[in-house]
Design a protein around this ligand. Structure first.
Ligand code: UD1
Length: 416
């Protein structure tokens, strides 16, 4: 296993190019199995989760791999099974349920288990697909689904689910008649998926709002598509500039997708402005603690919660965070406290007393974004921080230590 070793206290300055979005690439890659001809995707990041998805597509019968900077997916004879060995390493594999049912009328997908940030059920995906005519049973840990051609349906999600919206959006493209998704998730990654599907010949409207309409079509053809850039990676490097008192310019930036995050950073006292090159982030004044509630888009993203918490540790005054999306998503708190942070937890609420003098320590990453929060704290802390279990980071941040080294951080990857 590998760890990141950080000698903190260096001010970051320079340019960072934001990579393609992991959370947009995953559903777009999986949706590609519905196309009858080749799909070429640009701006897909080279990450562990992407390699897992390419492996999944290959197991499902497609040819899928990087060709220089692009990913090419060529259709083949589809098989309906997503095995447990893959699904347990990446929950998003469950997104192939809708496309397989739409394409083959059958699917056998391992039921994802719990994960470090909570139980994360898929009941909404199944209930909605049932409304479209699918039947399901659980067999030896697998969701086995079957249907004739899926029928358009009026679906009202009980709660806002990103994955559920994506699964249904894909399935509905090849269904007979119109599907209406109400209380749909509004995340930019969903609009990106809809943009891709429309480029393949789907008829989707309303993406980006809570009501999405899909007119089913007979088939989809391949296309060339550029996936959006990663808004959470961009938000994380904004926090890196702020926590080190630095000055970063972020290029290949996903415009208009980070408003709620930028609003909180501005409230904390971070300077952020756009120019022709990208987004500039500069921290010139003492930061102030703020109150944050994580919410579905356009609210503050749960995937930026650990990072803004790291920032609040060193801000002046007290800040609060209420996590409303996932249970058990405060695993980084005890690790931050081991570095000198003063955070108290009460259920889904965290109170962060600012002004901490962070000191490096060995810390254990528990999930992807928690790891990012610990790296940020390490960049600020005096002395040496070791972030263990960085396979989490490798799932979602492309070449993080190289990008940070290039702007002045003392950070390296070593064997644990
Ligand atoms: C996606 C993102 C993840 C992000 C999350 C919330 C990907 C690959 N992952 O995850 O990074 O943190 O959105 O923005 O894009 N729920 C149910 N039943 C369901 C589905 C969800 O109860 O059938 C619950 C979940 O347990 C969770 C909440 O709904 O508490 C939101 O989950 P969801 O939006 O589905 O997240 P993911 O798609 O798994």
């Amino acid at each position: 296993m590998e760890k990141l070793v950080i000698e903190g206290g260096k001010r970051l300055a320079g340019k960072i190019r934001i990579s393609g979005s992991k959370n947009a690439s995953l559903p777009v890659l999986i949706a590609s199995i519905m196309a009858d001809t080749d799909v070429v995707l640009e701006n897909v990041p080279r990450l562990k989760d992407i390699r897992t998805t390419l492996q999944l597509l290959t197991l499902l019968g497609c040819q899928a791999d990087f060709d220089k900077d692009n990913v090419v997916i060529s259709p083949g004879n589809l098989t309906p099974e997503a095995p447990y060995d893959l699904v347990r390493t990446m929950r998003a594999s469950v997104l192939c349920l809708g496309p397989l049912l739409a394409r083959l009328g059958k699917a056998k997908v391992a039921l994802p288990g719990g994960c470090a940030i909570g139980s994360r059920p898929v009941d909404q995906h199944l209930r909605a697909l049932e409304k479209m005519g699918a039947s399901f049973e659980l067999d030896s840990g697998y969701i086995v689904g079957w249907c004739n051609r899926l029928r358009g349906a009026h679906i009202n999600f009980d709660l806002t689910t990103v994955g559920g919206t994506e699964n249904l959006l894909m399935a509905a493209c090849l269904a007979q008649g119109e599907t209406i998704l109400e209380n749909a998730a509004r995340e930019p990654e969903i609009s990106d998926l809809a943009g891709f599907l429309n480029a393949c010949g789907a008829r989707i409207s309303g993406q980006g709002t809570s009501v999405i309409r899909i007119q089913g079509v007979e088939s989809l053809k391949g296309c060339r598509y550029r996936v959006m850039s990663d808004r959470i990676e961009a938000g994380t490097y904004m926090a890196a500039a702020a926590i080190t008192g630095g000055n970063l310019i972020l290029t290949n930036y996903p415009q208009d997708t980070l408003d709620s995050v930028i609003a909180k950073f501005l409230e904390m006292g971070v300077h952020i402005w756009e120019d022709a090159e990208g987004v500039n982030v500069e921290n010139g004044e003492p930061l102030r603690g703020v109150d944050v509630v994580t919410l579905p888009y356009p609210g503050f993203p749960t995937d930026m919660q650990a990072q803004i918490m790291a920032l609040m540790c060193i801000a002046e005054g007290t800040g609060t965070i209420r996590e409303t999306i996932f249970e058990n998503r405060f695993m980084h708190v005890l690790e931050l406290n081991r570095m000198g942070a003063r955070i108290r937890l009460s259920g889904q609420n965290a109170v962060i007393r600012g002004g901490a003098d962070l000191v490096g320590a060995p810390v254990m990453a528990s999930d992807l974004r928690a790891s990012a929060g610990l790296v940020l704290a390490g960049l600020k802390a005096r002395r040496r921080t070791e972030v263990l279990r960085i396979y989490h980071l490798d799932r979602g941040y492309e070449a993080m230590e190289k990008k940070l080294q290039a702007v002045g951080a003392r950070i390296s990857r070593e064997k644990e």
